[in-house]
Design a binder for this molecule. Structure first.
Ligand code: ADP
Ligand code: TRP
Length: 315
């Protein structure tokens, strides 16, 4: 029996190289290892907390599906689906709501950040970890490849599984996060964590001009021989043994180093960009992939939901 692997990304805009090296590249490598039954989904109900615009949501869903396929998630080898196509996710989330307390959810990073900034938080964001636990636990998931920022959420899923098992009897496996240490938090062009919300990203499918603009905008700390923020991104694209020679020969020459980084990123991104453009021509095929994945996921999830309903006594 293969282990079960599941992960998701929110359709909230173009993925960046932090998403790719922190999480999405692992999706592809682990799928290709042949050791896992893989489920990759689009967390569109999670995205609804951020995108409340019909056209933008629809566009983002199509785009992220194309992105998934372009990085190498073969829909014939893995189940690709969207969360909203499998209503068992929201139904299980509702069941979990009855087991989870408010103080427990108040300890979540996203909630604490909102508190610290004194901004209002909607119930969807407050409940985010509960829906995510449902996403994971419905599929008897063993492993969840993610970046470091999602570790706490996977721990919430484990806690919720344990709580349910204690109350209603053994029902859920406890999932493990899979986080690659050297890319757990990929830095952005300003040295902070790369994130769509910080305006410091290099898009994964960037055009050459976008790559040039982003790299030229990397914040450099004048005075040092090696521009730390440039180097930190460069080591994603070239072995450190090569970089030692390159940076050794170009001490303090920030422009030359940035130009070298542009070439390396562009060489890496170009084939991805081209594959993406090819896939994007077949919108119908992409929609069919989601339909097929949704039906497949529904079969697994609805069987699990029956077991859960029996355990809680409503069936
Ligand atoms: P963002 O923070 O840009 O909105 P998402 O929340 O959509 O990114 O994250 C999608 C996946 O990418 C998650 O598994 C997340 O942990 C991972 N990820 C996001 N940013 C980074 C980063 N800077 N370094 C490593 N992994 C990341
Ligand atoms: N919270 C994840 C993110 O922001 C997206 C997500 C939703 C997810 N449900 C999941 C990831 C289940 C892994 C497993 O990136």
């Amino acid at each position: 029996m293969k282990k079960i692997l599941l992960s998701g990304v929110k359709p909230t805009g173009r993925p960046h190289i932090g998403n790719y090296f922190g999480a999405m590249k692992q999706f592809v490598d682990l799928l290709n290892s042949g050791n896992y039954d893989c489920y990759f989904f689009l967390a569109d109900y999670h995205a609804l907390n951020f995108i409340q615009n019909r056209e933008e949501m629809a566009r983002n869903i199509l785009d992220l599906t194309i992105d998934y396929m372009a990085i190498g998630l073969d829909p014939n080898k893995a189940t690709l689906f969207k969360q909203s196509d499998v209503s068992a996710h929201t139904e299980l989330s509702c069941i979990f709501d009855t087991l989870v307390t408010m103080p427990y959810l108040q300890r979540a990073h996203a909630y604490k950040d909102a508190q610290a900034k004194n901004v209002e938080i909607n119930v969807g964001t407050f409940n985010y970890p509960v829906l995510m636990a449902a996403d994971i636990l419905l599929y008897n998931t063993d492993v969840v490849p993610v970046g470091q920022d999602q570790k706490q959420h996977v721990e919430y899923a484990r806690d919720i599984a344990q709580k349910f098992n204690n109350v209603f009897g053994e029902t859920f496996k406890l999932p493990e996060p899979l986080i690659l240490e050297h890319v757990a938090t990929v830095p952005g062009t300003d040295g902070q964590k790369m994130s769509k919300s910080y305006n410091n990203t290099i898009p994964l499918f960037a055009t050459r001009d976008e790559i040039i603009k982003a790299v030229m905008g990397i914040v450099t700390d004048s005075g040092s021989d090696v521009p730390a923020n440039v180097y930190a991104i460069h080591k994603l694209f070239r072995p450190e043994s090569d970089l030692k020679t390159l940076y050794g020969a170009n001490k303090g020459k920030y422009k030359a180093l940035k130009e070298a980084l542009i070439e390396d990123i562009d060489a890496f991104v170009k084939p991805l960009r081209e594959r993406r453009a090819e896939i994007a021509k077949g919108e119908n095929t992409v929609n069919k992939v989601l339909q097929r994945g949704g039906s497949n996921a529904c079969l697994i999830a609805s069987t699990k939901l029956i077991e859960i309903k029996q355990k809680i006594g409503v069936l």
